[in-house]
Design a protein around this ligand. Structure first.
Ligand SMILES: [Zn+2]
Length: 277
């Protein structure tokens, strides 16, 4: 006895025709590819920010691999000791997570005019940069600026997006040796890394705040940037990795005025930082 199919089922059998199912498969494949491309794009776009969630323990692991790359070029010296004393003096004014770390300076006796903050809580200062300073205050500002990069975790962003993705993958997979390799190749990138102008301005703001807390005034805050700006060529590394001194100077001037910071007498450079070898 023939039975009539309920309307719902009839519709269902129509959907099952070869043409429709091909279209469905194509649609699914398209959606899948779109999803993968979208996911890939999203991971890359967010990598710079996701790296900020990196646990401190992994950051320390990265540091263990990266620090020796710079430490072998550094020179334990009276200059390095003095710089460390200045840095310790500033550290006490840091609060929050960034304040519970033990930051140290690695003094590298090379002509490069640069300073950088690297994973492993080290501030790298090159002789070329110190040779440009005319007062202790200027150096304290530079040190404060580098601490600002730690506060904002820029030192992790400095590894670059590609490495950030690799680091997070190896953390997820739990592959420690991969992490080691990534860190070593990342160490070279660090000295070339450019931060955005926004990141630099934020680090300057932290530097200025620390400078004021350290001396009770902010004399010398912009001296260093002013001097580097006037040096012909302007191909100094500190300016390459730290762009647009003019805008930074303006922003610092505005901040100093808005906060009513005093500018008293500058402190001369410590003798250990004059005529460096
Ligand atoms: Zn910077």
């Amino acid at each position: 006895m023939p039975t009539e199919l309920p309307p719902g089922m009839a519709a269902h059998s129509e959907e099952g025709s070869p043409e429709t199912s091909n279209r469905q498969v194509l649609l699914l494949v398209g959606l899948f590819i779109g999803f993968i491309v979208g996911l890939f794009w999203l991971v890359l776009a967010l990598a710079g920010n996701l790296i900020l969630l990196l646990p401190t323990s992994v950051e320390q692991q990265l540091g263990k691999a990266i620090v020796p790359v710079y430490a072998q070029r550094a020179k334990p010296s009276p200059a390095q000791e003095t710089l460390n004393k200045l840095l310790n003096g500033l550290e006490q004014y840091l609060d929050g997570k960034a304040g519970s770390r033990d930051y140290q300076v690695l003094y590298i006796p090379e002509a490069t005019v640069n300073a950088l903050a690297i994973p492993g809580d080290r501030v790298i200062l090159f002789k070329g940069l110190i040779a440009q300073a005319k007062s202790e205050n200027e150096l304290v500002m530079v040190l404060g600026h580098e601490l600002g990069h730690f506060v904002n975790r820029d030192h992790l962003r400095g590894l670059g997006r590609g490495l950030a993705v690799q680091i997070m993958l190896s953390v997820l997979i739990g592959d420690g040796s991969a992490l080691q390799n990534i860190a070593v190749s990342g160490a070279a990138n660090l000295s070339q890394s450019r931060f955005s102008q926004g990141q630099e301005l934020k680090a300057d703001e932290v530097g200025l705040t620390l400078l004021n807390e350290y001396y009770g005034h902010v004399a010398g805050a912009i001296d260093f940037f002013e001097r580097l700006k006037q040096i012909p060529g302007q191909n100094l590394d500190f300016l390459t990795t730290h762009p647009a001194p003019k805008r930074r100077i303006e922003k610092l001037r505005r901040l100093i005025e808005a906060r009513g910071y005093a500018q008293v007498e500058k402190t001369p450079l410590p003798s250990t930082l004059v005529n460096l070898e």
